[in-house]
Design a binder for this molecule. Structure first.
Ligand code: PLP
Length: 356
C-alpha cells in the first residue's frame, strides 16, 4: 500500500482516519498534534558505531509530549458521546494534555496528581488550561485507582490510557516512523511507565504491516527506571522511586499488553538506573541539541546498554522515542548542570571567563 500526503498537516485523526475507529467530523478536537520529526543522530558515533540511530522527538507535540496523540482521540470521543467533563490521574503530562484538549473542547477537566512528584512545567500547564488540579498525598497508582472509582459512578470521562482511544491515537507515532523511514526500524526503544505507549507503537507497526505499508516489524525495547520497574521485577512496586517522574509507576495499567508487545516482537523490557537516564539526558542535549525530559532519555539509556551488551549491530536502524520536552522539568535541568558564572559587566573580566 502506497501512502501520499498532501497539503498542510491536519492532526492525527484527519491524517490517519482510515486506520482509526470511526468518529464524526464535528466531534474532532485537535491541536494539530503529530508530524513530529525523526532526527538522525550526529555526534554519538563513538558510542553507536555504524548503527543508524534516529530520535522521534515527541516533545514537539502541542503540549510537549506524545500524550497529545491519544488525547485528541479520547477527548474527541468524549465530545461525540456528549461528555461535559474529563478526568485523569497523571504523573504530569497526561494532565497537561487532557486539560489543553478539554479547554479546546469546552469541557471541564479534573486532574489527580501525586503531590511533590510532578514537574513544574506540567503543573503550570494544567493550571493555565483551567483544570481543577487535585494534588493527592499518594502516588500515581493510588490516584489512578481513585479515578477508576469515580468514573464508575459519576458523569466524567476517564482519559487515562486504559481509555482505548488513547492507544488508538498513540499508535499513529509508529505510522509516522514507518512512513518516514520507508520501512520499520530494526529496534524501537522507548521508556515504559504505565506501558500504554509501547502497547500503542506495537499495535501501529502491526497494523501497517497487515496493510502492506511495511514488510517487517521492529523489536520493541522498553525501559523502566530501576526503582520503578515492576514489569522487570514481575510484581507491582509499592513505593516506586526515580528521578524520571513520568515513569514513576509501580503497577502499570497496560502491563499484559506490554508483555505481549515484548514477546510477539522478540524484544526486551528491562531497566536502567537513574544515573544512566541522567547521562543519556545530558548526551542528547549536549551532543545532539535535543532537550527532552529525564524519563524520555530512558530509551536512549537502554540503547546504550544494549549496544554495550552486544545486542545491537552495525547496519541496524534504531529509533528512540523522546517522549516529552525538556522544558517540562526545568528544575531537573538546572540541578544537573554547573551553575552559571556570575561576572561583572566588564569586557575584560568576561573575556577572561571565556578563556581568551
Ligand atoms: C507518559 C510518559 C511516559 C510513559 O509512557 P507510558 O505510556 O505510561 O508507558 C514516558 N515519558 C513521558 C515524557 C511521559 O509523559
Amino acid at each position: 500500500m502506497q501512502l501520499t500526503r498532501k497539503g498542510l498537516w491536519a492532526g492525527i485523526i484527519n491524517e490517519f482516519r482510515e486506520f482509526l475507529p470511526e468518529i464524526g467530523d464535528d466531534a474532532i478536537v485537535t491541536l494539530l498534534e503529530g508530524n513530529t520529526p525523526l532526527i538522525e543522530m550526529a555526534n554519538m558515533k563513538d558510542i553507536f558505531g555504524d548503527i543508524r540511530l534516529l530520535f522521534k522527538f515527541e516533545g514537539l507535540n502541542p503540549t510537549g509530549s506524545f500524550k497529545d496523540r491519544g488525547m485528541t482521540f479520547a477527548v474527541s470521543k468524549a465530545k461525540e458521546d456528549g461528555a461535559k467533563a474529563v478526568i485523569c490521574a497523571s504523573t504530569g503530562n497526561t494532565s497537561a494534555s487532557a486539560s489543553a484538549y478539554a479547554a479546546k473542547a469546552g469541557m471541564k477537566s479534573y486532574v489527580l496528581v501525586p503531590e511533590g512528584s510532578v514537574a513544574l512545567g506540567k503543573l503550570s500547564q494544567a493550571m493555565m488550561h483551567g483544570a481543577l488540579v487535585l494534588q493527592i498525598k499518594g502516588n500515581f497508582d493510588e490516584a489512578l485507582n481513585i479515578v477508576k472509582d469515580i468514573t464508575k459512578n459519576y458523569p466524567v470521562t476517564m482519559v487515562n490510557s486504559i481509555n482505548p482511544y488513547r492507544i488508538e491515537g498513540q499508535k499513529t507515532a509508529a505510522f509516522e516512523v514507518a512512513e518516514h523511514l520507508g520501512h520499520a526500524p530494526t529496534y524501537h526503544f522507548l521508556p515504559v511507565g504505565n506501558a500504554g505507549n509501547i502497547t500503542a507503537y506495537w499495535k501501529g507497526y502491526k497494523e501497517y504491516k497487515d496493510k502492506g505499508v511495511i514488510s517487517s516489524l521492529p523489536k520493541m525495547m522498553g525501559f523502566q527506571a530501576e526503582g520503578a520497574a515492576p514489569i522487570v521485577a514481575g510484581h507491582p512496586i509499592e513505593d516506586p522511586q526515580t528521578i524520571a517522574t513520568a515513569i514513576k509507576i509501580g503497577n502499570p495499567a497496560s502491563w499484559a499488553a506490554a508483555l505481549a508487545a515484548r514477546d510477539e516482537s522478540v524484544g526486551v523490557i528491562d531497566s536502567v538506573t537513574d544515573e544512566d537516564i541522567l547521562e543519556a539526558y545530558k548526551l542528547l542535549a549536549g551532543r545532539e541539541g535535543l532537550f527532552c525530559e529525564p524519563a524520555s532519555a530512558a530509551g536512549l539509556a537502554g540503547a546504550i546498554r544494549m549496544k554495550k551488551e552486544g545486542v545491537l549491530n552495525d547496519g541496524d536502524t534504531v529509533v528512540c522515542t523522546l517522549t516529552g520536552h525538556g522544558l517540562k522539568d526545568p528544575n531537573m535541568a538546572i540541578n544537573s548542570c554547573p551553575k552559571p558564572l556570575k561576572v561583572a559587566a566588564d569586557t575584560k573580566k568576561i573575556l577572561k571567563a571565556m578563556g581568551f
